[in-house]
Design a protein around this ligand. Structure first.
Ligand code: NAD
Length: 354
Protein backbone atom coordinates (compact mmCIF):
# COMPACT_ATOMS: atom_id res chain seq x y z
CA UNK A 1 0.00 0.00 0.00
CA UNK A 2 1.09 3.57 -0.71
CA UNK A 3 0.48 6.59 1.51
CA UNK A 4 -1.83 9.09 -0.17
CA UNK A 5 -2.10 12.73 0.92
CA UNK A 6 -4.91 14.56 -0.85
CA UNK A 7 -5.13 18.35 -0.71
CA UNK A 8 -7.29 18.36 2.44
CA UNK A 9 -4.91 16.11 4.34
CA UNK A 10 -1.89 18.19 3.26
CA UNK A 11 -3.70 21.24 4.68
CA UNK A 12 -4.57 19.32 7.90
CA UNK A 13 -0.92 18.34 8.41
CA UNK A 14 0.19 21.97 8.02
CA UNK A 15 -2.59 23.21 10.33
CA UNK A 16 -1.70 20.58 12.92
CA UNK A 17 1.81 22.01 13.43
CA UNK A 18 1.04 25.61 12.40
CA UNK A 19 1.91 27.50 9.25
CA UNK A 20 4.94 29.22 10.76
CA UNK A 21 6.41 26.03 12.18
CA UNK A 22 5.81 24.21 8.87
CA UNK A 23 7.58 27.00 6.96
CA UNK A 24 10.57 27.03 9.32
CA UNK A 25 10.87 23.22 9.27
CA UNK A 26 10.71 23.29 5.48
CA UNK A 27 13.49 25.89 5.32
CA UNK A 28 15.58 23.52 7.46
CA UNK A 29 14.80 20.52 5.19
CA UNK A 30 15.75 22.64 2.15
CA UNK A 31 18.97 23.73 3.84
CA UNK A 32 19.85 20.09 4.50
CA UNK A 33 19.08 18.95 0.94
CA UNK A 34 20.80 21.90 -0.80
CA UNK A 35 23.72 21.24 1.57
CA UNK A 36 24.11 17.72 0.12
CA UNK A 37 23.52 18.90 -3.46
CA UNK A 38 26.22 16.73 -4.96
CA UNK A 39 24.53 13.53 -3.74
CA UNK A 40 21.45 14.24 -5.92
CA UNK A 41 20.80 13.44 -9.57
CA UNK A 42 20.25 16.77 -11.31
CA UNK A 43 18.99 17.84 -14.71
CA UNK A 44 16.75 20.46 -16.32
CA UNK A 45 13.08 19.52 -16.03
CA UNK A 46 11.03 18.10 -18.89
CA UNK A 47 8.72 20.87 -20.18
CA UNK A 48 5.86 20.51 -22.67
CA UNK A 49 4.98 24.00 -23.94
CA UNK A 50 1.69 24.98 -25.56
CA UNK A 51 0.18 28.38 -26.47
CA UNK A 52 -1.55 28.70 -23.06
CA UNK A 53 1.13 27.35 -20.76
CA UNK A 54 3.46 24.56 -19.82
CA UNK A 55 3.27 21.11 -18.20
CA UNK A 56 6.46 19.96 -16.50
CA UNK A 57 7.93 16.85 -14.87
CA UNK A 58 10.58 17.48 -12.21
CA UNK A 59 12.51 14.37 -11.10
CA UNK A 60 15.51 13.93 -8.81
CA UNK A 61 17.00 11.16 -6.64
CA UNK A 62 19.65 10.43 -4.06
CA UNK A 63 20.92 6.99 -3.05
CA UNK A 64 17.77 6.17 -1.04
CA UNK A 65 14.84 8.10 -2.47
CA UNK A 66 13.51 9.09 -5.88
CA UNK A 67 10.97 11.90 -6.32
CA UNK A 68 9.13 13.61 -9.11
CA UNK A 69 6.53 16.35 -9.43
CA UNK A 70 3.96 17.00 -12.14
CA UNK A 71 3.26 20.76 -12.33
CA UNK A 72 1.71 23.16 -14.79
CA UNK A 73 1.84 26.92 -15.39
CA UNK A 74 -1.16 28.38 -17.24
CA UNK A 75 -1.45 32.15 -16.59
CA UNK A 76 -4.87 32.53 -18.29
CA UNK A 77 -6.45 29.75 -16.20
CA UNK A 78 -7.77 32.16 -13.58
CA UNK A 79 -10.07 33.70 -16.24
CA UNK A 80 -11.77 30.27 -16.40
CA UNK A 81 -11.94 29.84 -12.64
CA UNK A 82 -8.90 27.53 -12.62
CA UNK A 83 -5.57 27.98 -10.85
CA UNK A 84 -2.42 29.02 -12.72
CA UNK A 85 -0.34 26.33 -10.97
CA UNK A 86 -1.44 22.85 -9.77
CA UNK A 87 0.79 19.93 -8.87
CA UNK A 88 1.14 16.45 -7.44
CA UNK A 89 4.19 14.37 -6.64
CA UNK A 90 5.64 11.00 -5.66
CA UNK A 91 8.38 9.73 -3.33
CA UNK A 92 9.70 6.24 -4.10
CA UNK A 93 12.28 3.84 -2.61
CA UNK A 94 15.36 3.57 -4.81
CA UNK A 95 16.10 0.06 -3.47
CA UNK A 96 12.82 -1.52 -4.59
CA UNK A 97 11.45 1.10 -6.98
CA UNK A 98 8.17 1.02 -5.04
CA UNK A 99 6.32 4.32 -4.51
CA UNK A 100 6.07 5.36 -0.86
CA UNK A 101 3.96 8.53 -1.08
CA UNK A 102 1.57 10.12 -3.58
CA UNK A 103 0.59 13.67 -2.61
CA UNK A 104 -1.14 16.77 -3.84
CA UNK A 105 1.61 19.38 -4.24
CA UNK A 106 -0.37 22.49 -5.10
CA UNK A 107 -0.09 23.87 -1.56
CA UNK A 108 3.32 22.25 -1.17
CA UNK A 109 4.65 24.03 -4.27
CA UNK A 110 3.60 27.41 -2.89
CA UNK A 111 5.28 26.59 0.45
CA UNK A 112 8.47 25.25 -1.05
CA UNK A 113 8.80 28.20 -3.45
CA UNK A 114 8.36 30.69 -0.61
CA UNK A 115 10.65 28.75 1.74
CA UNK A 116 13.39 28.59 -0.92
CA UNK A 117 13.00 32.35 -1.49
CA UNK A 118 13.36 32.96 2.25
CA UNK A 119 16.37 30.64 2.51
CA UNK A 120 18.08 32.49 -0.36
CA UNK A 121 17.18 35.88 1.16
CA UNK A 122 18.73 34.88 4.50
CA UNK A 123 22.05 34.67 2.63
CA UNK A 124 21.49 37.57 0.24
CA UNK A 125 19.40 40.33 1.78
CA UNK A 126 20.96 42.97 4.04
CA UNK A 127 20.79 42.03 7.71
CA UNK A 128 18.59 44.98 8.74
CA UNK A 129 15.74 44.54 6.22
CA UNK A 130 12.27 45.59 7.39
CA UNK A 131 10.17 46.22 4.28
CA UNK A 132 9.33 44.01 1.33
CA UNK A 133 7.51 45.02 -1.84
CA UNK A 134 5.34 42.26 -3.28
CA UNK A 135 4.26 42.64 -6.92
CA UNK A 136 1.63 40.07 -7.94
CA UNK A 137 -0.91 39.03 -5.30
CA UNK A 138 -2.18 35.76 -6.74
CA UNK A 139 -2.12 32.24 -5.34
CA UNK A 140 1.55 32.30 -4.25
CA UNK A 141 1.61 35.73 -2.59
CA UNK A 142 0.56 34.98 1.02
CA UNK A 143 3.08 32.13 1.22
CA UNK A 144 5.91 34.49 0.28
CA UNK A 145 4.71 37.06 2.83
CA UNK A 146 4.53 34.47 5.63
CA UNK A 147 7.91 32.92 4.79
CA UNK A 148 9.68 36.30 4.82
CA UNK A 149 8.01 37.21 8.10
CA UNK A 150 8.97 33.88 9.69
CA UNK A 151 12.54 33.68 8.37
CA UNK A 152 13.62 37.33 8.14
CA UNK A 153 11.19 39.17 10.40
CA UNK A 154 9.69 41.24 7.56
CA UNK A 155 6.82 43.13 9.18
CA UNK A 156 6.04 45.75 6.51
CA UNK A 157 4.70 44.94 3.05
CA UNK A 158 4.10 47.32 0.15
CA UNK A 159 1.97 45.46 -2.36
CA UNK A 160 0.57 45.86 -5.89
CA UNK A 161 -1.46 43.84 -8.36
CA UNK A 162 -3.16 44.99 -11.57
CA UNK A 163 -6.28 43.16 -10.32
CA UNK A 164 -7.81 45.02 -7.33
CA UNK A 165 -9.65 41.84 -6.25
CA UNK A 166 -6.28 40.13 -5.76
CA UNK A 167 -5.29 42.99 -3.43
CA UNK A 168 -8.50 42.61 -1.43
CA UNK A 169 -8.04 38.84 -1.18
CA UNK A 170 -4.43 39.30 -0.02
CA UNK A 171 -5.35 41.88 2.65
CA UNK A 172 -8.15 39.60 3.90
CA UNK A 173 -5.91 36.51 4.10
CA UNK A 174 -3.09 38.41 5.81
CA UNK A 175 -5.23 40.08 8.46
CA UNK A 176 -4.04 38.92 11.86
CA UNK A 177 -0.62 37.88 10.53
CA UNK A 178 1.11 40.68 12.44
CA UNK A 179 2.31 42.38 9.25
CA UNK A 180 1.39 45.90 8.10
CA UNK A 181 0.22 46.10 4.49
CA UNK A 182 0.27 49.19 2.31
CA UNK A 183 -1.67 48.68 -0.93
CA UNK A 184 -0.06 50.74 -3.72
CA UNK A 185 -1.35 52.00 -7.08
CA UNK A 186 1.65 50.85 -9.13
CA UNK A 187 4.69 48.61 -8.96
CA UNK A 188 6.85 51.75 -8.94
CA UNK A 189 5.09 53.06 -5.82
CA UNK A 190 5.32 49.65 -4.13
CA UNK A 191 9.08 49.24 -4.59
CA UNK A 192 9.96 52.76 -3.42
CA UNK A 193 11.95 52.41 -0.15
CA UNK A 194 11.61 48.59 -0.06
CA UNK A 195 14.62 46.58 1.19
CA UNK A 196 13.46 43.42 -0.60
CA UNK A 197 11.38 43.21 -3.79
CA UNK A 198 9.47 40.05 -4.67
CA UNK A 199 8.02 39.81 -8.17
CA UNK A 200 5.49 37.00 -8.54
CA UNK A 201 3.24 37.89 -11.45
CA UNK A 202 1.87 35.49 -14.06
CA UNK A 203 1.94 36.36 -17.75
CA UNK A 204 3.36 34.26 -20.57
CA UNK A 205 5.44 37.05 -22.08
CA UNK A 206 8.59 39.15 -21.73
CA UNK A 207 7.14 41.64 -19.19
CA UNK A 208 8.97 44.48 -17.46
CA UNK A 209 7.56 44.50 -13.95
CA UNK A 210 10.80 46.08 -12.70
CA UNK A 211 12.76 48.52 -14.85
CA UNK A 212 16.32 49.52 -14.03
CA UNK A 213 15.39 52.96 -12.65
CA UNK A 214 12.94 51.46 -10.12
CA UNK A 215 15.64 49.69 -8.08
CA UNK A 216 18.15 51.41 -5.83
CA UNK A 217 21.41 50.07 -4.42
CA UNK A 218 21.39 47.51 -1.62
CA UNK A 219 18.08 45.94 -2.60
CA UNK A 220 17.56 42.17 -2.72
CA UNK A 221 15.27 41.06 -5.56
CA UNK A 222 13.37 37.79 -5.24
CA UNK A 223 12.19 37.17 -8.84
CA UNK A 224 9.76 34.24 -8.96
CA UNK A 225 7.27 34.78 -11.80
CA UNK A 226 9.65 34.52 -14.78
CA UNK A 227 10.01 30.75 -14.92
CA UNK A 228 9.84 29.54 -18.48
CA UNK A 229 11.24 30.45 -21.91
CA UNK A 230 9.73 33.71 -23.19
CA UNK A 231 8.42 34.68 -19.71
CA UNK A 232 10.37 37.23 -17.64
CA UNK A 233 9.66 40.09 -15.22
CA UNK A 234 12.88 42.15 -15.03
CA UNK A 235 14.54 44.56 -17.47
CA UNK A 236 17.81 43.30 -18.94
CA UNK A 237 19.81 46.36 -17.82
CA UNK A 238 18.69 45.74 -14.23
CA UNK A 239 20.09 42.20 -14.45
CA UNK A 240 23.43 43.64 -15.57
CA UNK A 241 23.65 45.64 -12.29
CA UNK A 242 22.91 42.64 -10.05
CA UNK A 243 24.92 39.86 -8.41
CA UNK A 244 22.84 36.89 -9.60
CA UNK A 245 22.01 33.68 -7.72
CA UNK A 246 20.06 30.74 -9.16
CA UNK A 247 18.94 27.25 -8.16
CA UNK A 248 20.47 25.24 -11.01
CA UNK A 249 22.20 27.21 -13.75
CA UNK A 250 21.51 24.89 -16.76
CA UNK A 251 17.75 25.12 -16.09
CA UNK A 252 17.67 28.83 -15.15
CA UNK A 253 19.59 29.84 -18.27
CA UNK A 254 16.66 28.43 -20.28
CA UNK A 255 13.78 29.56 -18.07
CA UNK A 256 14.77 32.37 -15.72
CA UNK A 257 15.40 36.10 -16.01
CA UNK A 258 18.92 35.27 -17.21
CA UNK A 259 17.55 33.84 -20.45
CA UNK A 260 18.03 37.52 -21.48
CA UNK A 261 21.81 37.35 -20.83
CA UNK A 262 24.76 35.67 -22.55
CA UNK A 263 25.15 31.99 -21.74
CA UNK A 264 28.48 32.75 -19.99
CA UNK A 265 27.15 35.49 -17.70
CA UNK A 266 28.43 34.62 -14.19
CA UNK A 267 25.87 33.30 -11.70
CA UNK A 268 26.18 31.50 -8.37
CA UNK A 269 24.08 28.47 -7.44
CA UNK A 270 22.21 28.57 -4.13
CA UNK A 271 23.78 25.33 -2.88
CA UNK A 272 27.25 26.92 -3.17
CA UNK A 273 26.18 29.54 -0.60
CA UNK A 274 24.61 26.98 1.70
CA UNK A 275 27.62 24.66 1.55
CA UNK A 276 29.89 27.66 2.23
CA UNK A 277 31.79 27.39 -1.08
CA UNK A 278 30.84 30.90 -2.26
CA UNK A 279 29.91 34.21 -0.62
CA UNK A 280 26.52 35.85 -0.92
CA UNK A 281 26.11 39.62 -0.61
CA UNK A 282 29.45 41.45 -0.86
CA UNK A 283 28.37 44.90 0.43
CA UNK A 284 25.33 46.84 1.67
CA UNK A 285 25.23 48.69 -1.67
CA UNK A 286 25.13 45.69 -3.95
CA UNK A 287 21.91 44.61 -5.69
CA UNK A 288 21.42 40.87 -5.22
CA UNK A 289 18.99 38.86 -7.33
CA UNK A 290 17.58 35.40 -6.64
CA UNK A 291 16.35 34.34 -10.09
CA UNK A 292 14.07 31.47 -9.05
CA UNK A 293 12.41 29.08 -11.47
CA UNK A 294 11.86 26.18 -9.05
CA UNK A 295 14.02 23.05 -8.89
CA UNK A 296 13.30 19.37 -8.28
CA UNK A 297 15.29 19.19 -5.02
CA UNK A 298 12.82 21.70 -3.49
CA UNK A 299 9.99 19.29 -4.30
CA UNK A 300 12.02 16.42 -2.84
CA UNK A 301 12.46 18.40 0.41
CA UNK A 302 8.79 19.27 0.83
CA UNK A 303 7.66 15.71 0.03
CA UNK A 304 10.18 14.42 2.56
CA UNK A 305 8.81 16.79 5.21
CA UNK A 306 5.17 15.93 4.43
CA UNK A 307 5.94 12.21 4.64
CA UNK A 308 7.72 12.62 7.99
CA UNK A 309 4.94 14.78 9.44
CA UNK A 310 2.14 12.55 8.11
CA UNK A 311 3.77 9.61 9.90
CA UNK A 312 4.26 11.63 13.12
CA UNK A 313 0.76 13.09 13.34
CA UNK A 314 -1.05 10.07 11.86
CA UNK A 315 -2.74 11.82 8.93
CA UNK A 316 -2.97 10.15 5.50
CA UNK A 317 -4.63 7.24 3.73
CA UNK A 318 -3.24 3.96 2.50
CA UNK A 319 -4.29 3.27 -1.10
CA UNK A 320 -3.68 0.36 -3.47
CA UNK A 321 -2.00 2.60 -6.04
CA UNK A 322 -0.05 -0.32 -7.45
CA UNK A 323 -1.01 -3.94 -8.00
CA UNK A 324 0.37 -6.22 -5.27
CA UNK A 325 -0.31 -9.89 -6.03
CA UNK A 326 0.38 -12.36 -3.22
CA UNK A 327 2.81 -14.19 -5.49
CA UNK A 328 4.93 -11.47 -7.16
CA UNK A 329 5.30 -13.69 -10.23
CA UNK A 330 1.56 -14.25 -10.56
CA UNK A 331 0.15 -10.84 -11.56
CA UNK A 332 -2.53 -12.59 -13.60
CA UNK A 333 -4.04 -13.99 -10.40
CA UNK A 334 -5.33 -10.51 -9.55
CA UNK A 335 -7.66 -10.66 -12.55
CA UNK A 336 -8.98 -14.01 -11.40
CA UNK A 337 -9.38 -12.61 -7.90
CA UNK A 338 -11.35 -9.64 -9.31
CA UNK A 339 -13.50 -12.07 -11.25
CA UNK A 340 -14.33 -13.96 -8.03
CA UNK A 341 -15.17 -10.67 -6.23
CA UNK A 342 -17.31 -9.50 -9.18
CA UNK A 343 -19.26 -12.77 -9.19
CA UNK A 344 -19.79 -12.47 -5.44
CA UNK A 345 -21.05 -8.87 -5.85
CA UNK A 346 -23.45 -9.86 -8.64
CA UNK A 347 -24.84 -12.70 -6.50
CA UNK A 348 -25.57 -10.49 -3.48
CA UNK A 349 -28.81 -8.72 -4.64
CA UNK A 350 -30.35 -12.07 -5.47
CA UNK A 351 -29.47 -13.39 -2.00
CA UNK A 352 -30.82 -10.19 -0.37
CA UNK A 353 -34.11 -10.57 -2.27
CA UNK A 354 -34.74 -13.97 -0.70
P1 NAD B 1 -1.73 33.69 -10.17
O1 NAD B 1 -2.24 33.71 -11.55
O2 NAD B 1 -2.57 33.13 -9.09
O3 NAD B 1 -1.34 35.18 -9.72
C1 NAD B 1 -0.59 36.06 -10.53
C2 NAD B 1 -0.98 37.49 -10.17
O4 NAD B 1 -0.12 38.38 -10.92
C3 NAD B 1 -2.42 37.84 -10.54
O5 NAD B 1 -3.13 38.31 -9.41
C4 NAD B 1 -2.28 38.91 -11.63
O6 NAD B 1 -3.30 39.88 -11.60
C5 NAD B 1 -0.91 39.52 -11.26
N1 NAD B 1 -0.27 40.24 -12.33
C6 NAD B 1 -0.14 39.89 -13.63
N2 NAD B 1 0.53 40.85 -14.31
C7 NAD B 1 0.84 41.82 -13.40
C8 NAD B 1 1.53 43.05 -13.48
N3 NAD B 1 2.02 43.49 -14.64
N4 NAD B 1 1.68 43.79 -12.36
C9 NAD B 1 1.17 43.35 -11.17
N5 NAD B 1 0.49 42.20 -11.03
C10 NAD B 1 0.33 41.44 -12.14
O7 NAD B 1 -0.33 32.94 -10.23
P2 NAD B 1 0.52 32.31 -9.02
O8 NAD B 1 0.16 30.90 -8.80
O9 NAD B 1 0.52 33.27 -7.87
O10 NAD B 1 1.97 32.29 -9.70
C11 NAD B 1 2.62 33.49 -10.00
C12 NAD B 1 3.83 33.23 -10.88
O11 NAD B 1 4.81 32.52 -10.15
C13 NAD B 1 3.51 32.39 -12.11
O12 NAD B 1 4.16 32.97 -13.22
C14 NAD B 1 4.10 31.05 -11.79
O13 NAD B 1 4.49 30.35 -12.95
C15 NAD B 1 5.28 31.45 -10.94
N6 NAD B 1 5.75 30.41 -10.02
C16 NAD B 1 7.09 30.24 -9.90
C17 NAD B 1 7.58 29.30 -9.02
C18 NAD B 1 9.06 29.14 -8.84
O14 NAD B 1 9.48 28.15 -8.24
N7 NAD B 1 9.86 30.06 -9.27
C19 NAD B 1 6.70 28.49 -8.28
C20 NAD B 1 5.33 28.71 -8.39
C21 NAD B 1 4.86 29.69 -9.27
Amino acid sequence: MVMFLGARNVARIIQSIGLRSFTLQLIEYLRQDFGRWETFERGPRYASHSPNGVIELMPTANSGTFSFKFVNGHPANTLRGLQTVVAFGVLADVETGYPRLLADMTLATAFRTAATSALAARHLARSNCETMALIGLGAQAEFQAHAFEAALGIKRLRVFDIDPRAGEKFARNMSGAGVSIMRCDSAREAVASADIITTITADKKMSTILSNDMVGSGVHINAIGGDCPGKVELARDLLLRANIFVEYAPQTRLEGEIQQLDAEHPVTELWELIAGHKSGRMSDWEITLFDSVGFAIEDFSVLRLLHDLATQVGIGEEIDLIASPEDPKDLFALLQQSEVEETARNCRPAQNAM
